[in-house]
Design a protein around this ligand. Structure first.
Ligand code: SAH
Ligand code: SF4
Length: 339
């Protein structure tokens, strides 16, 4: 059985040719899958009933199942999806006040090998990479289920996208060309895999790169993220500088705020110094509680103070709104299982 989700136009053409239909049918099916997000072949109403029957014999829309769907009081929806081999990942749809903007937060791997101390995903270890079709199925599932068109995609679900870069790049190409989502509406977040950041610089990536920095000095970062021992901050600094010089794009620095650990005035000062010559915006993420560690979220007062100090350094600073915490859909809370 051919799975229609994830095929590109040439592949649809090969399929319609095999069935003895014209290339024009391929374009129609393509639109039904990516732009109108049908659940069933029978919904493709501009295809003849006979052709639909033929198509149904050899193909189906998807083989990915929604195992659990939870809706937060703020409108965020979290899906637990199951792939044919039984592995599951989570994907999150965030609606902001302006309804024209629908952001999907997608996963790139089942589990994650990086194992940061504050993150629920890492606790499972690494299970496997998702292939590009499994990545785009997440967005198609959201579109099929809600009947809405996703406008922005962030690779901030489970997994380290730069450790599955080929599939992530393929998925981004399809998001761009087939879903017609502009490159600048796609964001890839990484814990800082230096060789792959260099590769993205070479490729002149026009999507947004977000870096999970989370600390202002080596000792603190190494405590939070063991990857700091492999790819330390001073090396990272060179790679980021190269990246912004080459692409001309501003990067997003993600900075998790944990009470008394990295939220002091001294940390803000060090961070400002570290980012002095890097073209970036700063996104502060107040820590979301997960099981198995005793980090705490700073008070609103210290969050605002940190923001103020960073703004003083001349950067644009935003605070990430917590979305879907009541259904464990907020940053770092995705575990890929039900309980
Ligand atoms: N692996 C990639 C992308 C997925 S994580 C990365 O680490 O960048 C998306 C963001 O959520 C990262 O910035 C991550 O550090 C952050 N995050 C992880 N655990 C968190 C927690 N408990 N509270 C708030 N943010 C968290
Ligand atoms: Fe992996 Fe990102 Fe979680 Fe770290 S924060 S364990 S890199 S998913």
């Amino acid at each position: 059985m051919e799975i229609l989700s994830g095929l590109n136009l040439e592949e649809f053409e090969a399929l319609t040719e095999k069935l003895g239909a014209s290339k024009f049918r391929a374009r129609q099916i393509h639109n039904w899958i990516y732009l109108k997000s049908v659940k069933e072949i029978d919904e493709m109403t501009d295809l003849s009933v006979k052709f639909r029957e033929q198509l149904k014999e050899v193909a189906k829309v998807t083989d990915t199942k929604i195992k659990v769907k939870q809706t937060s009081s703020d409108g965020t929806i979290k899906y637990l999806l199951e792939y044919p081999d039984g592995e599951c990942v989570e994907t999150v749809l965030m609606r902001f006040d302006n309804r024209a903007n629908l952001t999907a937060c997608v996963s790139s791997q089942v589990g994650c090998a990086v194992n940061c101390s504050f993150c629920a995903t890492g606790k499972r270890g690494f299970i496997r990479n998702l292939n590009y079709k499994e990545i785009i199925e997440q967005v198609l599932t959201i579109q099929r289920d809600t009947g809405l068109k996703v406008t922005n995609i962030v690779f901030m679900g489970q997994g380290e996208p730069l450790l599955n870069l080929d599939n992530v790049l393929k998925a981004m190409k399809i998001f761009n060309e087939d879903f017609q989502i502009g490159a600048r509406r796609l964001t890839v977040s990484t814990s800082g895999i230096i060789p792959q950041i260099n590769k993205l610089a070479q490729l002149d990536m026009q999507s947004t790169l977000a870096l999970s920095l989370h600390a202002s000095n080596h000792e603190t970062r190494a405590k939070l993220m063991q990857i700091e021992n492999k790819y330390p901050m001073d090396e990272l600094h060179k790679a980021l500088k190269k990246y912004t010089d080459k692409t001309g794009r501003r990067i997003t620095i993600e900075y998790l705020l944990i009470k008394d650990l990295n939220d002091t005035a001294q940390c803000a000062k060090e961070l400002a110094w570290y980012l002095k010559d890097i073209k970036c915006n700063i996104n502060l993420i107040p820590y979301n509680p997960t099981e198995k560690n005793d980090y705490q979220r700073p008070s609103n007062n210290s969050i605002m103070k940190f923001k103020y100090l960073m703004e003083h350094s001349g950067k644009k600073v935003t605070i990430r709104l917590e979305r879907g915490a009541d259904i464990d859909a907020a940053c770092g809370q995705l575990r890929g299982k039900i309980k």
